[in-house]
Design a protein around this ligand. Structure first.
Ligand code: FES
Length: 89
């Protein structure tokens, strides 16, 4: 895992996602609410939208249309491959 910078649409602050924390953990620490359940990439509850940047999908629940067309990803397991990722929650 590599660290990267996360931007959340509508929030001025940028977040550093360290190697050992998921996006959803950092959002929670900063009081940005994303519904979650499994925290393991299998339920899809946490899905958010990618606005810019690239990810390596790690979930087992979203389909190709959701990944490629709707630009959805699961912040409980999926991480950025680019230095910066912007999402909307
Ligand atoms: Fe279940 Fe993220 S919380 S897929």
């Amino acid at each position: 895992n590599k660290e990267f910078t996360l931007k959340v649409t509508g929030h001025e602050k940028e977040f550093l996602i360290p190697k050992d924390k998921s996006i959803i953990q950092v959002l929670k620490e900063n009081d940005i609410f994303v519904p979650m359940s499994c925290e393991n990439g299998v339920c899809g509850t946490c899905k958010c939208k990618i606005k810019s940047g690239e990810v390596e999908h790690k979930d087992m629940v979203l389909n190709a249309n959701e990944h490629q067309v709707q630009k959805l990803f699961t912040p409980c397991v999926t991480r950025a491959t680019t230095e910066t990722l912007e999402i909307s929650v």
